[in-house]
Design a protein around this ligand. Sequence first.
Ligand code: G3I
Length: 373
Amino acid sequence: MKKIAALLGILTLTVSCRTTGTASSDITLKNIFKNKFYIGTAMSLPQIYGKDRKSVEIIRKQFSSIVAENCMKSMFLQPEENKFFFDDADAFVAFGEKNNMFIIGHTLIWHSQLPKWFFVDKDGKDVSPEVLKQRMKNHITTVVSRYKGRVKGWDVVNEAIMEDGSYRKSKFYEILGEDFIPLAFRYAHEADPDAELYYNDYNEWYPGKVAAVIKMVKDMKARGIRIDGVGMQAHVGLDTPSIEEYEKAISAYAQSGVKINITELDISALPSPWGTSANVSDKIAYDEKMNPYRNGLPADVQANWENRYQDFFRLFLKHKNSIRRVTLWGVTDSQSWKNDFPIKGRTDYPLLFDRRYNTKPVVGKIIRLTETK
Ligand code: G3I
């Protein structure tokens, strides 16, 4: 079964090769999407430090953009106030520069993976708005200035708006109100006036969320605050969202005058207890029935999954003029966060490379989509 799948992959690439007249070794994701959008991946520490050599080989060959999966989050960069730790982030940026990649910083302001000290004073009480502003400014300025001109785009604020369009009741919101978002963008822009700045979120196709994000974008633009794009995370499943719903969101963001970045693409092949949330607190107890494919995907599920990837890439190609980047949230299935979310300990198949580092047949199929566009 596996051999047939691998063979199909090779055949697909060979067909592409014949029709385009390009050497087969040049037919990679990054070459094929070159004049359309960046194609990227998230990187883990073993990849950044070159310990996961097989993944690194894939990243160099296939991807034109990288983002750090974890090491640029505030709990790692500033674990204690004013004590910054940059070793991992430095190594990540050096990897990107060495390989001539479009480097993305993820993420400056997020309620999660944030150090405990950020919102409280020495007595454990909430800090004042002025102190929180100062802490945000210090964090953003220190981090963005360090990588000025090298990190090309920042997820400035992550996951601040809910599906119904209301603001998440995070401490940022409780202490500063809606203004924490424009403030963060201002600080980032002051630290690197050339960097692209994005608002990043999951489920960014829910109509209520789309409307609220667009309102936020327009308000910032009206106030002269730089925002270049929205990041649609795209942790999606086999059934939801529909391509039509997703397309409506892409078109609406494009019309509001920002670029779209597909920032954390993965397509789960597993049954979902409730849809497509990526809210990290929404975990659900393990249940054997919810982990049905431990030894591989049945042919019908595999076919659905491949069709789903092709449907999404068809959509991205259709809107290529509005899309700046498509980034996968990881390289191989074995490393994906989806194996532990929303149910811990499952076997999922959300990415483009399998557990043995083989290129999945769907990659050839995605590449073929570009031939008619
Ligand atoms: O840092 C500890 C380490 O000290 C410990 O040894 C290790 C043992 O498990 O855990 C480490 O923390 C892990 C952390 O990643 C860093 O590796 C956490 O357990 C793990 O839960 C955490 O998961 C990350 C998650 O964000 C946290 O919210 C995932 O790898 C990462 O893929 C995921 O990424 C987020 C995006 O940033 C934002 N959008 C949603 C996306 C998925 O949740």
